[in-house]
Structure formats: structure tokens, C-alpha cells
Design a protein. Structure first.
Lengths: 344, 344
């Protein structure tokens, strides 16, 4: 399997608000480096750099003003004389207005965010667009034919980012950008399977009213787990998208035996949909030792997960999302890929 | 003029997220103490303690589950072993859901917040309800007759708090609770005049669809000023409340000459409405040296502001809101009250 990787991700290393204090993000550069080392150690296949893409490609699923904001935010923030990471501090909740973009950077940061886990630093934009370009390159290779799977080693991750807001360490939605690129290259239907512990609220939101991208997510029940405000089982899609959104919220402590049932159900749903490509939002924070998640999967379970994804039987693009127990992130992520390959 | 004060506010002294770092809130206990000292120094009148009120009184303008959350939040947070101030970290923006209350405290904190300036500490609830009780006591004294003005020296402030969310140092909306209490005691119409630098988004939100409380606010234009997502001139009220909401967004650098025009217009609008009581959300962060605001009023201008409010000619309850330049907060706040009394 081809792996797409870029060192641009190292430009992004930020702080987050958690437990009432600011701390270095759990989402660290070492995550991607550990996975890359494991890819090489296991001889998964060639490691290739991404192509370059114009921002218009990101704006196929994000709004142009949001993409422009991401590009300009650090410049506007640092122009005010501040040197700490740019963090949002107020958000347009409930009956507050999301229509008028504020002119001042502090307002813009909140206007385009859903949480305080998406600091913007001097290197964030380069890392973010590098990450999206990996997903685009991976999809382009699948669309060109000759490959039936690829791995975009994305960092920062993307699945929490919606059309017009960032959140949960995510800025551009790499999986959604790739799915749209697949459609733009001629695919009729794409399915996104999100196996990250956290609900992929951004991916759901982007495609919620569309029948051409099916979204299925297996995740910690939002009643008790981040992102809290999306990911319930009754969210089935809207309008023409109704019936094409499938959430599998599972309780804290879920192990492979509980997980497998949901995964197999999601796999059958996707197989029936018969997509031209499956995009897997690959988070391995379902691991038993993950410091900010609450499932109980073991190393070997990720081999089984790969096999279950292979059983869907469609060309598959893996897009890296979360996973914060760095000691095992390489083993677990590559186990999914190896399990997938072994079962094909 | 009677002043209502309680030392309970001293139990609340929190941290906020600002400029990308956590810092002690600009909203400090010394603010209220400085105003109290000036009230006494100027011989404004008797200083009285608040009455006690059941939480149901707050739930006349807030949702019962929100009031319950405020009461229980610190206990739920500290039960998880965390000792830092409880700060929200994710918010239900845009298409995220605001209907299902999360079960876990981290989710609840975001569910009921609009920003990261409303930390909850061990003493927050006692301070917050003490503050609301001051406003209730002030309104009760006006409703009972025999007084035509009173000053509720509230802290924490209240005008950013809406029916179901906290924000901007505000937890319970003291002015809104007082306005509702006035109606409940027999008033037919109440007007809220908000002269804080920051738009009183919570008060607007609570009464936006009602004709029995007119809301008028003079504030920094939300395009460049907190709270960014409400306070535009085109927000006129909704349904039966249409025509009873008046925003006067003014540019950074506005001095008394610019401010006076808006204040006089708001005063005439309120006089025409002929309310039984005027509730003034009294922020003095319009002062030229305020560290987080951008108007240019001087000490003497607050005497003029008090006279302009007196010209409305209705019984008036002053409810303390913001003002962060502590050196002058006592002079400026009491100047409004003295200017009001001198002009009556």
C-alpha cells in the first residue's frame, strides 16, 4: 500500500485548553513520526510526498471565507502584537449570529471555531494544507486507477472540521476534501467510514444533506464523550441526504466484542451502498491506553478492524485522524493497514 | 439612593482565557469593593444587604436546568478530581445540537456557555446567587413604593447571560431577573437601558420576542468588539417583541459627544414606551482608560450620563455590570448615580 507523507506537519505544535488549564496538545508531531517509522519498519510499501493543490480544492467542501481565514489568521493575530498561540475565546452559540463575519481577529477565531483545541500558530497553515494535500494525492492515485488502496498519513487530522468551523485539533477536513475530490474525478458515490473514538461531526455536517457521500461513524456516545453536540443515533441525514448518515454511539469501556458488531453493521451498510471508493477516517484512539478516550481495543484488534474494512470490498483510502497514546499509535495504525492487506 | 450590597461576591475570583493565555479575570472582587467605598465616601445613602430568594426566581428568565447546572457544576467538576477552575472547552455552534444536555460535566460546561470567560470555582454559585438577590431586592423595594431609585451593586455582572448560557463574566442575568420581578410584582412594562461598553446580548436574547420588556443598548460595534455575534443595529426584536429591541453600535474611540446622541435617542425611545420601571445595566467600561474596551468617556461624562437617565423620568434600578479600570470604577459608577440624583 502506498503511504503519502509530508514533514510539513512538524510546523504545527500547539496548546489546548483542557481540564481548566492550557497544556501542549495531545495531538503532537511525534504521532505522525511514530506511524511513519512503523510503516517503514513493516515494509508496508512506498512512502511518497504529496502533490501541491490550490486552496480552491479545499473550498469544494469548506466555504471560501473559512479557507481564507485559516490562511490569514496567524498574520492577523501576530499583527496585534500577540505571540502566544491564537486561541478562540467566544463562540456563536444558539441564538447568536453566524452570518456576519467579525472584522477583528478575536471575533473571527470564535466565528470559525467550535472549541479551544484548535490553536493557530505561525506554522499551522502550512501544516494544515500539507495535510489536506496528502488526502487529495491519495484520492487522485485511487481515481487514476492501478491502486486499490492508499494511506494518507495526515496531520493535523480533519474529521471535526465542518464547512465553516475548526475544532478538535482539526482545521481542514482531509477526509471530506478527499471524498469530494473522488466525486469530482468521476466517482458516483463515496462512503466515509469513521472509526476514530470521537464522532466525526465535521464530516457528518458537510455531507448531511447529500446522497452522494454516505457517512458512517462508530464512536463514544456523545452524551458522555467529546464532541458532545453531534453523533447521536437519531441523526440520519436531511432532505436528499436522509438515510445516508449512520451513527453508532457506543458506551465507555466498549471492547472489540462490542465494537465488532457495530463495525460489521456499518460495513454491510456501506457494501450495500456500493460506493466507488471508501474513505476511512482512521483514528486509533479506540485503544485501551488512549489518554483522552474510553474504548478498550487491543493491538491485535486493529488487524481485525483492517480485515473487516477489507471485507467491504471497495477501493479504500485511509486518512489518518486521532490516536494519542503515541507508544502504540504506529503499531495500531499500521495493524489496520496490514490487516486490510492480508484480507484482500 | 439606597445601595444593595453583599460580600458574597468575594467568593468568586476566577481565571479567563484571553490573548491565548489563561490569566486572572479582569472582573475582580476589588471592583465591587472600590465602588462600595465610593458610595460611602460620597454619602449616596444607606447600604443594605439583600434578601434571600429561592432559585425559582432566577428560573423566571433562565431555564430550570441551567440554574441547576450552575448550582451543581463545581461539585461535578471537582468530583472528577480536578482542582483548577472549571472552564468550558467546546460549544454547540451552528448546526451542532443544543437540545440534548450532555451527562458529563465537560460537555455540560460547553452546553451552557458562550465563551471561556466564565470559569466556575468553588465559590461561584454563592457569589452568583448573592448578586442576583441584590437585583431582586432592589426591584422589590421599588415595587413596594416609596423609593424612586436604587442601586444593586451586583458582582458577578449579568447582562451577557441568556436563558440558557453563561458568558462574559456573567452567570445569572441580574438585570433580566429584576425586570421580570418587576413585572411579576405588577408592572406592565419595563425598559432595560444597557450602557455597558459590551452589548448586553443575554438581556436582548431573553426578551427578544416580548413586548413587555424593551431593551436598548449602546455599545461597541460587534463587528470589532466582544461579544461579536449579537448587537447589530438590524436586531429589532421578533414576533410580538418586534420594535422593542434597540441597538446603538458605536465605533471604537467614541467620546461623550458621539455617545450622548445615542443615549438621548435611547432615552426618548424609552420615555415614549412609558415603562413602570427603568433597569439600567450600568457598566462603566466606556471609560477612556478601560483595559479591555474602546470608548473615550471621562469622569465628568458619567455625571452627564446620570442626568440623561434621570430625564427619562421613571423609577430607576441601577444594576452594576462591567468596568475594569478599577482606579476610576468607584468615581465613574457613583458619578452616574449622583448625576441622576442631582437631576431629579
Amino acid at each position: 500500500m502506498l503511504t503519502f507523507y509530508s514533514p510539513a506537519h512538524q510546523l504545527h505544535h500547539a496548546t489546548e485548553l483542557k481540564d481548566g488549564v492550557l497544556m501542549p496538545c495531545f495531538e503532537t508531531p511525534s504521532r505522525a513520526e511514530t506511524i511513519l517509522a512503523r510503516v517503514r519498519e513493516q515494509g508496508l510499501g512506498e512512502v511518497l510526498p504529496p502533490g501541491d493543490y490550490p486552496a480552491e480544492r479545499y473550498a469544494r467542501v469548506h466555504t471560501p471565507r473559512y479557507v481564507r481565514f485559516l490562511e490569514k489568521a496567524w498574520g492577523e493575530w501576530s499583527a496585534t502584537g500577540r505571540r502566544h498561540d491564537a486561541l478562540p475565546l467566544i463562540w456563536p452559540v444558539r441564538d447568536m449570529r453566524s452570518d456576519i463575519e467579525p472584522e477583528y481577529i478575536d471575533g473571527k477565531l470564535g466565528f470559525y471555531a467550535m472549541d479551544a483545541g484548535v490553536a493557530i500558530t505561525a506554522g499551522t497553515w502550512e501544516a494544515v494544507r500539507g495535510s489536506a494535500n496528502l488526502a487529495l494525492t491519495g484520492m487522485d492515485r485511487l481515481s487514476a486507477g492501478g491502486q486499490d488502496s492508499a494511506f494518507a498519513l495526515c496531520r493535523p487530522p480533519g474529521h471535526h472540521a465542518a464547512a465553516e468551523y475548526m475544532g478538535g485539533y482539526c482545521y481542514l477536513n482531509n477526509a471530506a476534501i478527499a471524498a469530494q475530490a473522488g466525486l469530482d474525478a468521476g466517482a458516483r458515490r463515496i462512503a466515509i467510514l469513521d472509526v476514530d473514538f470521537h464522532h466525526g461531526n465535521g464530516s457528518q455536517s458537510i455531507f448531511y444533506s447529500r446522497p452522494d457521500v454516505l457517512f458512517a461513524s462508530i464512536h463514544g456516545d456523545p452524551k458522555r464523550s467529546y464532541p458532545y453536540f453531534l453523533g447521536h443515533a437519531d441523526e440520519k441525514g436531511h432532505g436528499p441526504g436522509e438515510g445516508f448518515n449512520h451513527n453508532y454511539p457506543l458506551p465507555h469501556g466498549t471492547d472489540w466484542y462490542g465494537y465488532r458488531t457495530a463495525l460489521e453493521h456499518a460495513g454491510r451498510t456501506i457494501a450495500t451502498y456500493a460506493p466507488d471508493v471508501v474513505v476511512v477516517s482512521l483514528g486509533v484512539d479506540t485503544f485501551k491506553d488512549d489518554p483522552i478516550s474510553h474504548f478498550k481495543l487491543g493491538n491485535e484488534d486493529y488487524l481485525r478492524m483492517g480485515a473487516a474494512i477489507a471485507a467491504i470490498g471497495r477501493p479504500t483510502l485511509f486518512v489518518m485522524e486521532g490516536g494519542y497514546w503515541v507508544d502504540d499509535i504506529g503499531v495500531n495504525a499500521v495493524n489496520v493497514l496490514s490487516g486490510f492487506e492480508a484480507a484482500r
